[in-house]
Design a protein around this ligand. Structure first.
Ligand SMILES: *[C@@H]1O[C@H](CO)[C@@H](O)[C@H](O)[C@H]1NC(C)=O
Ligand SMILES: *[C@@H]1O[C@H](CO)[C@@H](O)[C@H](O)[C@H]1NC(C)=O
Length: 453
């Protein structure tokens, strides 16, 4: 039994599809179930459910006027002889200011992991008020990116559209090796200020005002080569624009990769990272995505990992007995992490999708991402029509030799593009080992990826 379900505002489950209802309860305002598990708590069968709601927040007069709540409900089989039903044994509410990317209960029911941009905290009688700064408010009202940025191996270009009534004297751009500050109208309150992802040569960095009323800032990288996953640490108000030459090079790499370069089993040799790479820190940094683990009894935060430079990409269930895995960008690659709440290192790196971190950044219309539970491929879809599939190279059973060069040639990784015969928006995206399911408003498309059966 693992079938907690909802009808707008009701949690209910049955033993099997046909048999009697074991539990049925209204939970007030509408919600979605983000995760549910079935487990034993002191030998009593229990069901844990996480309900997500976006609620009006009367106390939040300066901000958006809404908050997000995560209600964690534990439903346990009653011990009374006469009663064969279930009852609510625990109900706790966490509140935050952004919809979590990921939220899941540990298989033992003893903890909760949340990945979110804004921190979550246990509510104290609904009194938990988050004060919002003016800056955050401005951010939320803004649809357009604050700036665009591009990079080459040597430099970065940051572009701002200038306000109509700007005065050239008001523009202040300040560089230091690790810091950038840009003020457009009010020299005292910069629109962008913060720590650069890596060092720049601040003496060679410059800015100009272009004829089309935009401000262009050129930053010279101190270290030539490595690409920057972000411009300002933790700032997501800018939009990255892929350099066309670079995206072509990546596409080339993907279609011509051999297993010489792409290690099919990164865990075996040459591990690209270890658990230490999800390094813990003490606090939830403002304006930066973090992964937090909450203790199920005290609701104390026991672990915080700052994911500022590791963009969250998607989550997927690899083993139904475990928590869903989450996939993060690590430089050009994407790494799949399996939470292991009962182990010392709480998160284990189980797979690498080479170049996926970079490729997905170039897909401006990207809507969903997914991967096969056995990690044999990853896929992403755009808002309309196009689906991209990236197959992992599998080690070949017979060894091939390229006669001319006399070296071992592995299987070539393939990028496949599927175009759906519809103009309806994509609403859902799920991957199994064999097939990819793409739901649009009218049609469910099933794409065969691994055609064994
Ligand atoms: C955990 O929570 C308990 C009870 O709420 C509190 O007394 C204790 O100080 C907390 N521990 C930490 C490490 O925050
Ligand atoms: C994943 O599953 C597919 C379909 O069953 C199979 O063809 C493929 O070999 C599997 N890949 C791995 C790495 O297990």
């Amino acid at each position: 039994m693992h079938c907690a379900f909802r009808r707008h505002d009701t949690v209910a489950f049955t033993k099997s599809v046909s048999s009697q209802i074991l539990f049925n309860e209204e939970f007030g305002s509408p919600f979605v179930i983000v995760h549910s598990i079935s487990f034993l708590q002191s030998d009593a069968h229990s069901v844990g459910v996480l309900l997500l709601r976006v609620e009006k927040d009367e106390l939040d007069v300066q901000g958006s006027g809404f908050h997000v709540s995560l209600e964690w409900v534990t439903i346990t089989k009653t011990t009374k002889e006469s009663d064969h039903g279930y009852e609510i044994s625990k109900r706790r509410v966490l509140q935050g200011k952004s919809v979590p990317h990921y939220a899941a209960i540990e298989p033992s029911g003893d903890g909760l992991m949340v990945i979110s941009y804004k921190p979550y905290a246990l509510t104290q009688n609904g009194e938990d008020k988050h004060d919002k700064s003016e800056k955050e408010k401005a951010e939320e009202n803004k649809k357009e990116p604050l700036y665009y940025w591009q990079e080459t191996e040597e430099d970065l270009t940051v572009t701002f559209q200038l306000p109509e009534d700007f005065a050239k004297e008001d523009i202040r751009v300040r560089f230091s090796p690790g810091h950038l500050s840009v003020a457009l109208k009010d020299p005292l309150s910069p629109v962008l200020e913060g720590t650069l992802f890596s060092s720049i040569d601040h003496e060679s960095s410059t800015w100009i005002i272009k004829e089309n009323n935009s401000l262009e800032i050129f930053l010279i990288k101190k270290e030539v080569g490595p690409s920057w996953p972000e411009l300002i640490v933790g700032d997501s108000r800018g939009e990255y624009v892929m350099d066309p030459a670079k995206s072509a090079a990546i596409a080339e790499r993907l279609t011509h990769l051999t297993s010489d370069e792409m290690n099919p089993d990164p865990n075996k040799e040459n591990p690209p990272c270890n658990a230490q790479e999800l390094e813990e820190c003490d606090i939830f940094l403002e304006d930066s995505t973090s992964l937090c683990r909450f203790d199920g009894n005290t609701f104390n935060v026991t672990h915080v990992v700052n994911l500022g430079s590791n963009q969250y990409l998607f989550s997927t269930v690899v083993d139904p007995k475990e928590m869903p895995c989450f996939c993060l960008r690590h430089d050009v690659d994407a790494l799949l992490w399996q939470p292991r709440p009962d182990q010392q290192d709480k998160w284990e790196h189980i797979s690498t999708f080479n170049a996926l971190g970079y490729v997905q950044a170039s897909k401006q219309d990207k809507k969903f991402m997914a991967c096969a539970p056995n990690h044999s491929y990853s896929a992403l879809c755009e808002c309309l029509r196009r689906v991209f599939i990236y197959r992992q190279p599998t080690p070949l059973s017979t060894v091939l030799y390229n006669r001319k060069e006399g070296r071992q040639v592995g299987q070539v990784a393939k990028q496949l593009v599927a175009t759906l015969e519809t103009h309806d928006p994509v609403l859902g995206f799920q991957a199994t080992n064999e097939r990819l399911f793409v739901l649009t408003t009218k049609v469910l498309f099933i794409i065969k990826v691994n055609t064994e059966n």
